[in-house]
Design a protein around this ligand. Structure first.
Ligand SMILES: Cc1ncc(COP(=O)(O)O)c(C=O)c1O
Length: 373
């Protein structure tokens, strides 16, 4: 029997004619930036996640950076974050001169363990960046309590968590400033792009100014009230964002169905764990489908075998503190966050996207099961 080797990508965006229409409308309008599509996108997005204010930006990273600036995280400050995340959740405050402190994650949730965060707090701690990794909501309530008790800035990196729910309410609605990202592998995309949601009008005003070169409300084009950035999104991408929010329910339910299918195909396979199931307080929005291989499995061999069959995978996620620039700059090394480091060796992202075919998932599951055998 010939092995099917048609490529199955790791991710693929979900776009339709409505998206094309909305983008074309902007192109034809001539208002390519600072136009009405941005306001509209912010409105529909804020409403969707239950936050009173939203400021769309050029990327998730720029949104996180702006919150670090507004939070005053800078020279001499330490900021606690998760080692098991994408580098931007630490880079955002390093840009401002603050020093990262990595607290270990909970092996089950793969998110920051609040007890480890508490243990890492010192008089120099100024903030916490909590991440909803792989769309699984982080322990926001205990982290909020810690932030309040110690007077810390709390930023929620919800870049992977659009549609997730914590304690019965949408991520973004809990009063904590949060950032969502729209790179094409995310639940919804604007190509590149991100958005910051906040419950504080003053924070929103600062975001709007800072993303736009520090221009002041009502000031002229060449009047700059503060040191700002060009972190604007444009109307073309905002229009795409509107189209994507319009179909977000469909997107999320198709992703849920695809995740359930993988769960059925892989749930009983020896030598791997499927992603943690939801509970009353945590409802995941499916961003990626990441399995954890049993200790002692040769992950590289599994990756190579799947690749041979045209199946893309990725080593999600390396521990941030062990990245070359982190070792060099801060002297971090193995053993700092054992749970994160162990997960980094064993986790594997499988092809996962909104319109993935059941047949392709079956092929992935078969190939993975055989490779583990
Ligand atoms: C957890 C996390 N934080 C931050 C980012 C940064 O978002 P962007 O790539 O839009 O800058 C991403 C996405 O790549 C992410 O997954």
């Amino acid at each position: 029997m010939r092995v099917d080797t048609r490529p199955i990508p790791l991710s693929f965006p979900y776009l339709d004619e409505r998206d094309e229409e909305l983008v074309l409308e902007v192109l034809r309008s001539g208002r390519l930036s600072l136009g009405p599509a941005i306001d509209r996108f912010e409105q529909v997005f804020a409403q969707r996640v239950g936050a009173p204010y939203a400021a769309a930006v050029s990327s998730g990273t720029s949104g996180l950076h702006l919150l670090a600036v507004i939070g005053g995280l800078g020279e001499g400050d330490k900021v606690i974050t998760s080692p098991y995340s994408f580098v931007a959740s630490a880079n955002c405050f390093i840009y401002e001169g603050a020093t990262p402190v990595f607290a270990d994650v909970d092996e089950r949730t793969m998110n920051l363990d609040p007890a480890a965060v508490e243990a890492a707090i010192t008089p120099r701690t100024k903030g916490i960046v909590a991440v909803d990794i792989f769309g699984y909501p982080c322990e926001l309530e205990p982290l909020q309590q810690l932030a309040e008790k110690h007077g810390l800035v709390l930023i929620q990196d919800a870049c992977e968590a659009l549609g997730s729910e914590y304690k019965g309410a949408a991520v973004g609605s809990h009063g904590v400033d949060a950032v969502f990202a729209f790179y094409p592998n995310k639940q919804m995309t604007t190509g590149e792009g991100g958005i910051v949601t906040t419950h504080d009008e003053e924070t929103w005003r600062k975001l709007v100014s800072l993303r736009n070169q520090g221009r002041a409300d009502g000031g002229g084009w060449l009047d700059h009230a503060r040191l700002g950035f060009n972190y604007r999104i444009d109307d073309i991408r905002a229009a795409l964002g509107i189209g994507q929010v319009e179909k977000l329910d469909t997107i999320l339910s198709l992703r849920q169905a695809a995740a359930s299918r993988y769960g059925e195909l892989l749930g009983a396979v020896d030598r791997l764990d499927v992603p943690l199931a939801d509970d009353a307080d945590h409802v995941r929005s499916w961003f990626v489908y990441v399995v954890t291989l049993a200790r002692g499995t040769d992950r590289e061999r599994v990756i190579a075998e799947l690749e041979r069959q045209g199946i893309a995978t990725s080593r999600y996620l390396p521990s941030i503190h062990l990245q070359a620039y982190m070792r060099e700059r801060y002297g971090f090394s193995e053993g700092l966050c054992p749970v994160s480091e162990d997960l980094s060796q064993r986790t594997l992202a499988l092809p996962f996207f909104t319109a993935i075919e059941a047949e392709d998932q079956e092929r992935v599951a078969e190939a993975l099961t055989a490779a583990l055998g």
